[in-house]
Design a protein around this ligand. Sequence first.
Ligand SMILES: [Zn+2]
Ligand SMILES: [Zn+2]
Length: 438
Amino acid sequence: MGGGASSNKVGKDSSIDLGQNIVHGNSNGMKNNGNQQKNKKLVPKSLIPSPFKKHLKPKTLMKAAILNEPKAPFLIKNIEILPLREREVLVKMKAAGICQRDWEVANGSKSCTFPVLCGHEGSGMVEAVGEGVIDFRPGDMVTLSCVSSCHRCFYCVRGRPRLCHSNVEADPTSPETYQVTPIRYRTEEELPVSQFLGIGCFAEKVVVPAANCVLMPEHLPPMIAALMGCAIPTGIGSVLNTAKVEAGSSVAVFGCGVLGMATIIGAKLAGASCIIAVEKTQASAERANEFGATQALVWREEDRHQTLKSIRDATEGRGADYAFETIGSPTMQELALEAIRPGGMLVLTGTAATETVTSLPTGLLARQQKTVVGSCDGFCIPSKDFPFYAELCTKKQIDLLKLVTKTYTLEDLNEAFNDLMEGRLTHGIVMLNVPTNT
Ligand SMILES: [Zn+2]
Ligand SMILES: [Zn+2]
C-alpha cells in the first residue's frame, strides 16, 4: 500500500477480556506510532453481543481483506461469520468499489475501531435472510448502501437519512459505534471485526441490516450496481438533490476523479448548458469531456488567476452559478468559492480529514450572498434514488461503465489503492465470486 507500510499480524497475545475492555495487542514486536495508537479504539465489554460469547454451530468462514491497524496493508484472512440476526441479510458479493473514504481509514487520517473490514460501495446477490426480512429473498440482486434509515427520526422524516442515528452508530469511525452495532464477524484470533460505514464489502460475503440493501434489476452489471452505493449518488445527488441545479445553469466541477465525473454526469442530466471541469492533470481534464464537460481546464496553483479568468470568460464575466469541490482540498475549495458568481452556490463533496480547515472570506460571502453547503452521499434517499439511476443506465441515458478504469481481485486490493492514490484510476472495482474480466 502507498507509504510502504509493513505487514503486521495480530499475535497470540492479542486478548479478549470479557470482564474488561477488549485490547488489541500484538506479539510480533511491532510498535505502533502515536498516530496509530490515537486512531485505535477499545470496545467496551457490555457491547459484545451474545453470539460472540457463545458459539454452538460449526463456524462459517469466508475470505476477507482486513485492516488490523492504521498505516498497515490490507491482509487477506479467513474470518468467521456469526449467525444471522433478525432483519439482517447475508449477501454474496459480486463487486466492490475502490473509494478514497476507505483509504482514509487505511492511512490513519480517520480514527477507527480495528480490526476493520473496509469497502462500502458494493453489489451482490442475497444468499440468506434473517427473521423479519420481508423485502428481500435469496437470489435478489442488491446494492449495499451505507445510508440506512429508521424512517422515524428527526432526520429521516425530513428526507436526510445520512444524518440518521442508525448511520452514525454503524460507523466504526464514529465514537458511538459500539453502543448499538452488533458484531457480525470475528477473526481467527477471536477479535470482533467492525464494518466501515456499517458495510465492509471487501469480502466474499457481507452481513448487513436489510435497511442497508436496495433491490437492483437483475440485468444490471454488478459493477454498475456497485457504483450506485457511493460514487454515483454522491456525485449526481449533489447536483440534483443538494444544489438542485436548474436547466441552462453554468457549473464548475473541481477535481475529476470518479466523484467529479459523476458530478459532471449529474450536471448534464440537470441540463446545465456550461459545464467546466477543473483538474490538475491533462489526461483527466480531457476525459471529463467524455462525460459531458463543455470545457476542461488544467489547473496549477500558479495559474489560479488564469483559471478564474477562464471560468468568468465562459460565464459572461460573472462566474459560475454553481461550483462543486470534489477533492477535499482547502486550496481548491477557496478557488471554487471565488469561481462562483455573487448569489452562486459552492457545494463541498470531497472527503477530507475531519480536522481539515478551510479559510473562507466571510465578509465577501455575506456581501456577495454566496452559499456554501456540505453534501455527503448526495443527500440521497437510496430506495428512491438508486432505482432511478439504474433506470437511467438501462435506458442508456447515462453510461457508468466507462467510469471504471480497471478491475481487481481481492488479493490485489493494496495495488488497487496504490493505483487510486497515484492517480491512475477514474475508478477501480474489485470483482468477487466472479471472473475478474467480466
Ligand atoms: Zn465511497
Ligand atoms: Zn432515522
